[in-house]
Write a protein of this length. Sequence first.
Length: 445
Amino acid sequence: MTEPDYERFAEAVNKLHFDGTWKQIYTLHHASGSHAHGTNHFLHWHRRFLHDVETLLQDASKQLHPDQDACKVTLPYWNWAEDFNMNHSCQESFFAGDDYIFTCSRYGTLKPGNRMVTDGAFGWNTFNRKPNNALLRVSPGTYADVQHDVEDAVNLDFTHFRYTLENRYHNSPHCNVGGTMCSFESPKDPLFFAHHTFVDRLWYTWQKKKARTGSTGWTASPAEPLEHLLCPSESNESSAWVDSENLQGVTEAVKVNYTTRAEMSEKVSNLLLQTSGGTSAHRTANYWKAKVDGIVECCQEGLADRAIHAAKATIWKDGNDVCAPNFHNMDYDGDLQWCEVEGGTDCQERAAAVVAEKVQEESQLPHCEVRNPGPEEEKTCMALYSNTTCAGNMFDLCLAHNITHAGSQSQCIPKKIANKVDRCRKRKDVGRCLYRRLHKGSGNL
């Protein structure tokens, strides 16, 4: 999401906050309780919730700017799986957050301790954050984990899919951010919607893959009506909120903003090429950042679409694999606290079971030890380019399978970048070499 698009979204959110509508939104979610959580209503209820809130945002934007197309105001999603090993204390992108949704200027800082949020676009001093660990890692899994357990899990029926997505990947981010997010009033914090739009996107991706198998399981829906709806609707039946490409009142594809980071990076890097002052260090850094981030997500999504799994990285620091599940008890603590929010009685056992399931599932993934990881490999915990002996190296898989940008013939890895990486692989510190080669003169790539 570009900065101007985000500003329109944030402006609409602030209007709803100050006119009292935002309170109705989070109060409704609080009232949903067990109806919308821990049951097969979970995904349907929240898809309808996202739709209603986005409709209210578009109405607010129309009131603020009657001459502009309010339908372009959409809920952004935060792909926490891309930021698995990232410290979110103050994350900013080179170009003011076009690639990264969760930035300080947008959603406010995430710092150790129990703090009210007073900065960013929503610094209202009405909700707090209390991150679960000093590392401030929020993501419950890497893209490799998500792909294996969720996106490619077409063998699962809807009930087991919903359970996996809700318990392994939805719950812990709430309490790893902590504070208000770790409560049924979590929509007070607008980060709630960035998290839930990504959860909905994962369901949407699974639905498409499930449908390709010829199965009707992706249309599974509870028979009971959805409760506590915000906006009037022709139907409150859960089945009306299965197909996100055909929601009521929606004429253009899915409702939430499912533009991929790869597409955003490609657009940004192309814009940078057209700007004046093309030899400046700032522009060069911007271009390099856009290209590398675009390569990672472009390859991941293209390989995932073909059900090809790149390897998860094993990165050792101080005797610990920092990419391992439940590192520093992050997953266990987050699951435990969310279970307590839901009023569970066997929360320790339940959290331990969820962690055990994650460890078991991860044992089935291909792994590669990355001894000199580049910055992208450390952030994503994926074997991208450093370990050339690894069969699951993403760089090699992406080239071998001729992965291109979605909807185009443009290669994810341009030839010039491929040549630079090949030369760097002869060096001990591949990541440092790659950074220098891509950074130097990258405006001509």
